[in-house]
Design a binder for this molecule. Structure first.
Ligand SMILES: *Cc1c(COP(=O)(O)O)cnc(C)c1O
Length: 462
């Protein structure tokens, strides 16, 4: 008998969740200007808005928090946090930050000037916004198959190495103060990057004298995919694979709210002491002193434990199958699911599922809003509302490569029956898909507009 996938934990504390009626949810969403970010979490039954900071911590993490050292400087908790980062990632220098975007802000403000370019396989929204806010240019150079939801390939998160080389030659390495690579590639459906591609990306950056930083949020899930999909890694532990990944980089930014399985925190790690000192100056202004960086001592304790739990192979095997199961359930409901399913989330191709809604009317937002109305399920659009933006030079509006809806799965929070329920809700939405209308923006800010934009349903279907 094949072994069914099963949660490698049992439940010690529960948090009740509330059912609402369809009528209540329709009113709640209208009151939130049809933007799910404006809906109170209490009014959400199953929350797949993000896997960021929504994780269930273990009993060991909670007990570590009790021994947090809340001194200002030189805390015991920092020492334990630093040791965990050094052990799991292998970088000697670590600066804590309040979360991932704090790490990006400190790194970019230290290294990047207006008019410069930063390549990445694909920038996450906060790295993109941090660079745009500095007047710099985020450049996405993912392999073309990253934008093809139907090709089932093992490493669709990869950097396009030829494009990267050509881009550096054209732009000149002097205009590229730092090169990035995001693992897994969140903005490309959570797809992993292979070790071969990571190594080659590092080689290209370094040959041109460009420092190489990894956006490391989901490094453990990426390492798990390398172990299972890349020849030569099956017998290596995830811990060894992770250290090899980082061994090619000069540093990383990390949101601990992902693979360190905590609710808040992040860090920058690097190899060069001089760079660390430069980053430290900015860190103190923006985040806090070097041994807390905007976090409480207890948060550092939880990260130290969570980093080690995050590379546990029992946990990662469950994590991958749990996510794949949601993909199966949504596909069975008739949704067009991005292949293969990523580490932390299932992505539905809204352009395929709602082909009558054009990108300018946000098919992803329409689908996400209907999942909420029908079943209290909250997801997020990763498409034109999130990513289309004016080019800083030409002012021309650049559209998103795909219109996706992301079902991001909090770590260790939902059981398989929650996933089955989501499948039932998806069926109800798919059955009425032809009647679903698009939306238009009535108000939006310039940067990161998806968080607070106000929208209205368009009056008739196209
Ligand atoms: C979440 C995330 C970030 C930003 O981290 P925050 O903790 O949300 O600020 C950066 N890059 C990627 C790939 C992410 O997934």
């Amino acid at each position: 008998m094949p072994i069914p996938f099963i949660e490698p934990f049992r439940i010690k504390v529960v948090e009740p969740i509330k059912q609402t009626t369809r009528e209540e949810r329709q009113r709640i969403l209208a009151d939130a200007h049809n933007n799910l970010f404006g809906v109170a979490a209490e009014d959400v039954f199953i929350d797949f808005l993000t896997d960021s900071g929504t994780n269930a911590m273990s009993d060991r993490q909670w007990s570590a928090m009790m021994v947090g050292d809340e001194s200002y400087a030189g805390t015991r908790s920092f020492a334990r946090f630093e040791a965990a980062v050094q052990e799991v990632l292998g970088f000697p220098y670590v600066l804590p930050t309040h979360q991932g975007r704090g790490a990006e802000g400190v790194l970019f403000k230290t290294m990047v000037s207006a008019g410069q370019y930063v390549p990445n396989n694909r920038h996450f929204d906060t790295t993109q916004a941090n660079l745009l806010a500095l007047g710099a240019h985020p450049v996405d150079l993912a392999v073309p198959e990253a934008s093809d939801p139907q090709r089932d390939l093992p490493f669709k998160g990869n950097m396009d190495l030829e494009k990267l080389e050509a881009f550096i030659q054209k732009t000149g390495p002097g205009n590229i103060p730092v090169g990035m690579l995001t693992v897994t590639n969140n903005s490309a459906a959570g797809q992993p990057v292979s070790m071969a591609n990571l190594r080659a990306t590092a080689e290209i950056y370094h040959r041109h004298g460009i420092p190489f930083f990894i956006d490391a949020c989901r490094f453990a899930e990426n390492a798990w995919f390398i172990k299972n999909r890349e020849p030569g890694y099956a017998d290596r532990s995830v811990g060894e694979i992770a250290r090899e990944m980082f061994s090619y980089a000069d540093g990383c930014t990390m949101s601990a709210k992902k693979d360190a399985i905590v609710n808040i925190g992040g860090f920058i790690a690097c190899r060069d002491e001089n760079l660390k000192l430069k980053l430290a100056e900015r860190l103190i202004i923006q985040e806090g002193f070097l041994t807390y960086g905007g976090l409480a001592g207890r948060d550092l304790e939880a990260i130290a434990v969570g980093l080690r739990e995050g590379i546990s192979e029992d946990y990662l095997a469950y994590r991958e199958r749990h996510t794949a199961y949601l993909g199966d359930v949504l596909r069975a409901a008739g949704m067009s699911v991005y292949l293969p399913t990523g580490g932390h989330a299932v992505y539905v191709d809204a352009a395929q599922t709602l082909p009558h809604i054009p990108p300018a009317q946000f098919p992803g937002v329409a689908l996400a809003n209907m999942l909420y109305i029908e079943g209290g399920v909250r997801t997020v659009e990763i498409g034109s509302l999130m990513f289309s933006h004016p080019d800083p030079d030409t002012g021309q509006v650049l559209t998103a490569p795909n219109e996706l809806v992301r079902f991001a799965i909090p770590r260790r929070v939902y059981t398989r029956s929650h996933l089955d329920y989501v499948g039932e809700v998806a069926s109800v939405v798919v059955r009425q898909s032809e009647k679903i209308r698009g939306l238009e923006i009535t108000w939006a800010p310039e940067l990161l507009r998806h968080f607070i934009a106000k929208l209205d349903w368009v009056s008739s279907a196209n």
